[in-house]
Design a protein around this ligand. Sequence first.
Ligand SMILES: [Fe+2]
Length: 362
Amino acid sequence: MSNISKKKRIFIFCISLVLSFAFIALTSIYFLFLHRYKGRNIVNSWSETDQFDITTIATVEKQKDKDFVILNLADVQICDLENPLIHLTIKREIEYLVQKTQPDLITLTGDQTWSNENLISLTELIRWLDSFKIPYAPVFGNHDYGNEKDSAVASQNYCCDLYERGKYSLFKRGPTNLGALGNYVLNIMEDGKIYKTLYMIDSGFEDKITDMQIAWFKWNADGIKTANNDVYSQSMVFLHKPLPEYAHAYYSLPYSQRTEINKYHHYSLSGSTQNGFFTAAKGAGVTNIVCGHQHGNNFTLQYEDVNLTFALKTGELVGYYSDEEVYMNGATSFILSGDHVEIINNFVDREQFHITKPINEE
Ligand SMILES: [Fe+2]
């Protein structure tokens, strides 16, 4: 009798164990991959008649008589369901790039994550970025909050919440009536004066910069101009999708020059279809525009006195391109020195970072 009872107890114990594991596994799957994190829905409508207040713009300090270095990470594209070794490889690559370039600011031109499973990857990426103790400023790409519009586990609002919580993050969600949430402005200050203004523009999911975004951009540029002795501050724009002027600049070159500039010219130059932003930017002190999105492109062309840069893709894989000849991996850095902006492409070595077997993470 006592034997039966012992077997029964073991049986009940085993069943309880299995049910507990199943419960934990199903709960984890639900909260990591199925539940939608909606985030805070903060309504903040902007109007051209609003009073501009320069104190609301975040600032980064530039040391006097020292170059200011921006390291741009483009299309990192990590995903929760990927092999964790890919995350580890990309993390190490970014660490290498930060160590190599010693940036004062890290910008991220969108598609930091991709796919609908973005909760773990974005949380992890923010943790990596905070570990450098260097200010960082991300914009959204077309994949950051889902492969279909706002379809990801972490919604656009929740991604904003996560970025706003980042200890060294300068991200601040912009007005909610511009068509996309990730629009904000930064001023790099030197000796109490504006040295450069950075416009972080959300090129959105639908391939266009809205008229409201352009009006908001001009409102900021004019407000900063007033605070800057009535002169437009020298400025840079960071956004995910290329403006149509990228294609205009590229296709106005002779064919031989095009192939020289862009070895992988079969990759598309297309992006935003909006035609008014470039003109507004050019007229408001913008000297450099930096985008990502097309992983196979990496070049800078001057167009109507504005430098248009396709930033180098960051992360081990080129992504959806399966062409083995293409290995575009690294990050573009911008060395700001006086009025000059030097653009450097920092490639990483595939063999050095490609992790094929598990290793202990320090
Ligand atoms: Fe993209």
